[in-house]
Design a protein around this ligand. Structure first.
Ligand code: DER
Length: 217
C-alpha cells in the first residue's frame, strides 16, 4: 500500500471509535482529511468542532455538522495527524500550521487519537521541525528570545495561521528535556502556541504497508 492508502487505512480504523451523540474534534492535514471523509461516510448523528478553517470546510462538504469551538468546553473524541509520534506518545505537530487550535481541542478532549502512516513513527521525537506560533507584533522579540533555546529558528515566510499569527519553524535537535523546552518556549511573551504535544495523545493508529496497529498510552 502506498503512503496515502496507509493514511486512509489509519483514519478509517480510528473512525470506528466515533459513536452517535459524540462531539468529535476534527484534526488538520492530509491524514485527518481522510478521517473527516470517513466520518462523513458513516452518516452518524454527531456534532463536530474543527481545528482549522480548511477542516471545517471539508467537514461541511461531506455533511458533518460543525459547531464553533468557542461555544464548546469539552470534546468527546479528537482524531488528528502528527508530524512525528514516538513510543511514549509524544508528538510533534504543526507542519500544517494548525497546532494552536489543535492543542486547544486536544486538551479539551476526553480522548485524543493520532492517526498516521508509518513514516511518522519515530523512536524519539526531534527530527521534525518544531513549529512555534508567534504574534506578529512580537516577531523580532520572540525570534531573538527563542534563538537561545533551539538550534535554529526560521520564519515560515509570510505565512499566517487561521489566527493571523506567524510561524517560526525551529530545529530543537536531539533534545532530552522536552517538558523544559516546551515550558521555556511557551512562556516567551508573544508565543501563542507550539507543536510539542507531550501529554495530549491517548492512542495511535499507525498504518504500515496496509497493516494498521493501534497502541494505547
Ligand atoms: O499540522 C498538523 O499538526 C498536522 O496534523 C500534521 O502534523 C500532519 O499532517 P499530514 O497528515 O498531512 O502529514
Amino acid at each position: 500500500a502506498d503512503i496515502d492508502t496507509d493514511k486512509r487505512l489509519a483514519a478509517e480504523a480510528a473512525v470506528q471509535e466515533v459513536a452517535s451523540g459524540m462531539l468529535v474534534g476534527l484534526g488538520t492535514g492530509s491524514t485527518a482529511a481522510h478521517a473527516i471523509r470517513a466520518i462523513g461516510r458513516l452518516g452518524l448523528d454527531i456534532d463536530a468542532v474543527a481545528t482549522s478553517n480548511a477542516s471545517a470546510d471539508l467537514a461541511r462538504s461531506v455533511g458533518i455538522r460543525v459547531r464553533d469551538f468557542a461555544d464548546v468546553a469539552r470534546v468527546d473524541l479528537t482524531i488528528d495527524g502528527a508530524d512525528e509520534i514516538d513510543a511514549d506518545f509524544r508528538a510533534i505537530k504543526g507542519a500544517g500550521g494548525a497546532m494552536l487550535r489543535e492543542k486547544v481541542v486536544a486538551c479539551a478532549s476526553r480522548r485524543m487519537i493520532v492517526i498516521a502512516d508509518a513514516s511518522k513513527r519515530v523512536a524519539t521525537i526531534g527530527a521534525a521541525k518544531l513549529p512555534v506560533e508567534v504574534l506578529p507584533f512580537a516577531a523580532a522579540y520572540v525570534a531573538d528570545r527563542i534563538t537561545g533555546l533551539v538550534r535554529s529558528a526560521t520564519w515560515r515566510g509570510e505565512y499566517l495561521t487561521d489566527n493571523g499569527n506567524r510561524v517560526l519553524d525551529c530545529v530543537a535537535g536531539a533534545y532530552h528535556d522536552w517538558e523544559a523546552l516546551a515550558d521555556a518556549i511557551a512562556c516567551i511573551p508573544g508565543v501563542v502556541g507550539h507543536g510539542l504535544f507531550l501529554k495530549q495523545v491517548d492512542a495511535a493508529y499507525i498504518a504500515d504497508r496496509g497493516v494498521v496497529t493501534r497502541t494505547e498510552r
